[in-house]
Write a protein that binds this ligand. Structure first.
Ligand SMILES: [Zn+2]
Length: 79
């Protein structure tokens, strides 16, 4: 099979229409995964409102600024 210039240009255009969305989906997926990982490790102190990152797996995290005990994740409890 002989490849003409018109066929080559057609394949390049079709290939770019396929590859750009694939790379965009991969990039967004990786970005979303990294963002969720960062949000899972983020703790906001309930007293001084300092946001810090804690990579431990304990449920209660001690604030390094004021020493208050904070629950990891979204806590609906008051006080
Ligand atoms: Zn604090």
């Amino acid at each position: 099979m002989e490849l003409t210039l018109a066929d080559f240009v057609f394949f390049v255009i079709v290939g770019s229409f396929v590859l750009v969305p694939v790379f965009a989906i991969i990039s967004r997926t990786l970005h979303r995964r990294e963002e969720n990982r960062a949000l899972a490790n983020r703790v906001i102190c309930r007293l001084c409102l300092r946001a810090f990152e804690d990579i431990g797996h304990t449920k209660v995290v001690i604030c390094s600024t004021c020493g208050a005990l904070n629950e990891r994740g979204r806590s609906r409890r008051l006080g």
